[in-house]
Design a protein around this ligand. Structure first.
Ligand code: CP3
Length: 354
């Protein structure tokens, strides 16, 4: 099914937005910028709204998810909203008991580790995605010509949480399952691809204008294992968007060795973490992809001239690529001064001398 005639990309609201033009390989007059984790704890208005409430419950309360998504767009004037949710929301909607522990991340008290654990996993009931659709629809109605980015976790990163039961240093248990029982691993990754793919599709159908897949833990996997045991499942996640003409973006941490394989996932643009300069990434990709990134979040607390020099270097390196969407090389740290982010947006938009 194609995008509906009232989708913002189809009815003209976002088709020519700088973000969408850049994802499609163009260099608009205004360089687009947004920040991963722009909605969240760096904003006092977020902390006030969330006070005491459960994180995943907030994600599934449409008015709240929508308001939190809009907060950084209003405050910073970024070129995109990113839907306020979490990569584990589809896991929860599929009936797996997962909660988010502050300062730690997603925790699953009964990890998925054996063939029989995997066989118990069920698909998402489509009606369970209604709060997601509703929140997206409310948000895009407010955003007007600013595109909303839909997102989902990549199958490997989701599987790492499921097998480990929480965040882990090197995803040892997950990688051990990959090698000791490849069949069970493949079944688990297919399940992850399908729930995350449906979550992403629900956001796009409801009005999101781009789709980003986050593979935050992929840096622990060898190139050979990525190619054989992971990439086909990331492709499967994106395949849920077949027929929906939106830019697809991949972001992972520590992807230097696997960039050529990411290029083969069928994406339109590639996000790069802070460790790899964009001109080098561009050379490794044969100059074929718009790049997104990659201001080191560790500079956000530095003195203004130090930060500006770093941002200038990122912008310079980004000129090597066919197109550039400015972002951080990972998420906004919670202790970031929000005024620094607002200043960055104005600087990148050319509205401030330095
Ligand atoms: O602004 C945005 O980027 C949109 C919202 C968003 C959240 N999580 C909200 C959130 C997005 C895109 C994510 C993705 C996500 N979630 C990833 C991929 C990106 C990345 O950072 O690598 C991952 C690995 C997760 C899992 C997760 N959820 C972690 C590691 C945490 C942080 C735990 C902590 O307290 O440090 C969460 C919780 C979470 N997700 C918060 C937010 C705003 C903080 C929860 C709170 O407010 O208490």
């Amino acid at each position: 099914m194609p995008l509906s005639p009232s989708h913002p990309l189809v009815d003209g609201r976002t088709a020519n937005a700088p973000l969408i033009r850049a994802y499609r390989g163009d260099r608009p007059e205004r360089t687009p910028v947004w920040f991963m984790r722009q909605a969240g704890r760096s904003l006092p208005e977020y902390r006030e709204l969330r006070a005491g409430g459960d994180m995943l419950q907030a994600c599934l309360t449409p008015e709240m998810a929508s308001e939190i998504t809009l907060q950084p767009v209003r405050r910073h004037g970024v070129d995109a909203g990113i839907f306020f949710s979490d990569i584990v929301v589809p896991v929860l909607l599929a009936g797996v008991d997962v909660r988010i522990v502050g300062g730690r991340g997603p925790v699953i008290d009964e990890p998925v580790r054996t063939a029989s654990d995997v066989l118990k996993l069920r698909p998402i009931d489509p009606a369970a995605l209604d709060p997601v659709r509703e929140a997206v629809a409310m948000t895009v109605a407010e955003l007007g010509t600013t595109p909303l980015i839909g997102f989902a976790g990549a199958p490997f990163t989701l599987a790492a949480y499921l097998v480990e039961g929480g965040p882990s240093k090197d995803q040892m248990r997950a990688r051990a399952l990959m090698h000791s029982d490849p069949q069970t691993w493949a079944t688990l990754l297919n399940w992850c691809a399908d729930i995350t793919g449906e979550f992403l599709k629900a956001q796009i159908e409801a009005g999101a204008s781009a789709a980003q897949l986050f593979d935050s833990w992929i840096g622990s996997v060898s190139q050979n294992d990525y190619l054989r045991r992971v990439a086909p499942h990331s492709k499967r996640a994106f395949s849920h968007l077949r027929g929906l003409d939106v830019p697809k973006v991949h972001f992972g941490l520590g992807t230097e060795r696997i960039l050529p394989d990411i290029a083969n996932l069928g994406v339109d643009a590639i996000g790069i973490d802070w460790r790899l300069p964009l001109d080098e990434a561009n050379a490794m990709l044969g100059g074929r992809f718009p790049l997104q990134g990659n201001i080191d979040p560790a500079f956000l607390g530095a003195r203004r001239p130090t930060l500006t020099a770093h941002v200038d270097a990122v912008l310079d390196a980004g000129h090597a690529a066919p197109a550039h969407v400015v972002n951080l090389g990972h998420g906004v740290p919670p202790e970031t001064d929000p005024d620094v982010l607002t200043g960055l947006v104005r600087y990148i938009h050319g509205e401030l001398p330095d």
